[in-house]
Design a protein around this ligand. Structure first.
Ligand code: COA
Length: 327
């Protein structure tokens, strides 16, 4: 069975920065409140010139360059996003922009767990021998769907895109994984369709409308994350035949520094082994883990052979962990 190797990472560079102080001009909040409760100091916001496709393409292009894989060698592109440019899917626009003419491309939606779910999904195609070179992208522009007058949610989120390249290899570096869903908690975090009925003709009524901005029960999501994330990482480690002591880097979905600290504490991972870019990016949903990986790789922190315990969690509710070794 072919193995899965992670051979490149990339992210998109968003120039517009929204600081906590700037946000305080819009809603009744403060840098101190946001930083103390979440660790966030600023987030990046997509400009009107950016699109989900353009950010995802930039991240993928940078990952392919690091991997030294050309676009025409790519067999599959999986784009994890909850904020597509097109509800029919955005991955094909990325395929076209990259010039990945041989690749099949599709979107995958699992909110803030999207990157981990996409990574594991993509790996199955490699393990079964179907594809050799796969680009996994996590990209979200949550600013489109944030209620900028709701201080309980708008302070948390930012926009971004990150990507990794997976390659078929002799040695399997996806060491273990575990994915979970619990729809009974779906109401805790939503970006829900907001229908408006319109009588079409006679007794036929159609549903039109858009999506309501993000709603969240912050306390419930917090409790869920600090209890379920350590558990799912330990299950994935067990499948990898590893223990907590084997974790070189804890790369969690960047939702809240307090969640990162609590999970690291539960797992006994020292703070210097926890990758965090919360302060600069906020919560970029499906993009947060690949951005964190890319920044740590380019900073020379994550090195060849290092074991990363990644974990995503969020709406659905969904959560999952993948234990991967950097090639
Ligand atoms: N600025 C200032 N005050 C704020 C505020 C803001 N941005 N947001 C809420 N408050 C106020 C509340 O109104 C409340 O005031 P009250 O006590 O007078 O009623 C007080 O701060 C405490 O609110 P609470 O909701 O209890 O805060 P908290 O300690 O639970 O922190 C979160 C709120 C959102 C930071 C926290 O619950 C959290 O991080 N949850 C997880 C969310 C998450 O990560 N979601 C994405 C997962 S993918």
């Amino acid at each position: 069975m072919p193995g899965v190797s992670l051979v490149g990472s990339g992210s998109a560079c968003l120039t517009a920065q929204l600081t906590n102080d700037a946000l305080s001009q819009r809603v009744d909040t403060s840098d101190d409140w946001i930083a103390t409760r979440t660790g966030i100091r600023q987030r990046h916001i997509a400009t009107p010139q950016d699109s989900l496709a353009s950010l995802a393409t930039e991240a993928a292009r940078n990952a392919l360059a690091m991997a030294e894989v050309s676009a025409t060698e790519v067999d599959l592109i999986v784009l994890a996003t909850s904020t597509p440019d097109d509800l029919f899917g955005t991955a094909c626009q990325v395929q076209q922009a990259l010039g990945a003419t041989r690749a099949v491309a599709f979107d995958l939606t699992a909110a803030c767990s999207g990157f981990v779910f996409a990574l594991v999904t993509a790996a199955q195609y490699i393990r079964t021998g179907v594809f050799k070179n796969v680009v996994v992208i996590g990209a979200d522009v949550l600013s489109r769907w944030t209620d900028w007058d709701d201080r309980t949610t708008c302070v948390l989120f930012g926009d971004g895109a990150g990507a990794v390249v997976l390659r078929a290899a002799e040695r399997d570096r996806l060491l273990g994984f575990e994915l979970c869903s619990d729809g009974s908690l779906n109401h805790c975090l939503n970006l829900a369709y907001q229908p408006e009925s319109e009588v079409l003709v006679g007794d036929i009524t159609v549903q039109k409308g858009t999506f309501a901005p993000i709603t969240m029960n912050g306390r419930e999501v917090y409790k869920f994350a600090v209890s379920r994330v350590p558990e799912v990482i330990e299950k994935a480690l067990f499948r990898a035949n590893l223990t907590n002591a084997d974790i070189d880097w804890l790369v969690l979905h960047q939702a809240n520094q307090r969640i990162l600290d609590a999970v690291a504490d539960r797992l006994g991972v020292p703070a210097e082994r926890v990758v965090s870019n919360m302060a600069r990016h906020g919560n970029t949903s499906a993009a947060s883990i690949p951005i964190a990986i890319d920044e740590a790789v380019r900073a020379g922190k994550i090195k060849a052979g290092d074991v990363m315990a990644t974990a995503g969690f969020g709406a659905g509710l969904t959560w999952g962990s993948a234990i991967v070794q950097w090639a």
